[in-house]
Design a protein around this ligand. Structure first.
Ligand code: FES
Length: 152
């Protein structure tokens, strides 16, 4: 885990920004893959905020992680067109197979599953994204192939 000093050095240049907290959190997550506990106090001290306040912001935005994400991120669309084409059942089956919940990572560190709200592929629903690749017209078999490919 990074030291307080390391974190302070990383985010100090952002102190002068208007609304520096979010940019600082993004810088921390970019550097460490997550928001380490130590960062809460360091940022709170730098910005004259309470640690609970910083923690509240981190919890509010699902983009910020408490632990680093897996090697691959699978984003499953949960918006309406995909839901109406079996997206909910597909998501349930996927999470079941992996034995995890939303925002979690498989035990082998291969895949983190996140919800996403429309990938612009509504006509080819249900859709998902594995890392940078959008995959549409998904069914259980295609999803299983994706998961195998990702090493889940
Ligand atoms: Fe899923 Fe648009 S609703 S891609």
């Amino acid at each position: 885990a990074p030291s307080d000093e390391e974190i302070r050095t990383l985010v100090a240049p952002l102190t002068g920004l208007e609304g520096p907290l979010l940019p600082m959190l993004h810088a921390v997550q970019d550097a460490y893959g997550c928001i380490p506990d130590a960062a809460l106090q360091v940022l709170a001290d730098l910005l004259n905020l309470g640690r609970a306040e910083v923690h509240g912001v981190v919890s509010f935005y699902h983009d910020f992680r408490k632990v680093p994400a897996g090697r691959h991120i699978l984003r499953i669309c949960r918006a309406e067109a995909c839901q109406s084409m079996g997206g909910a059942a597909l998501a349930d089956a996927t999470l079941d197979r992996l034995g995890i919940g939303w925002h979690d990572t498989t035990a082998n560190g291969a895949v983190t599953v996140e919800p996403v709200y429309c990938l612009g592929m509504c006509a080819c629903a249900p859709a998902a994204m594995l890392d940078d690749r959008v995959v549409a017209r998904l069914d259980d078999a295609r999803m299983n192939r994706l998961l195998d490919e990702a090493g889940a």
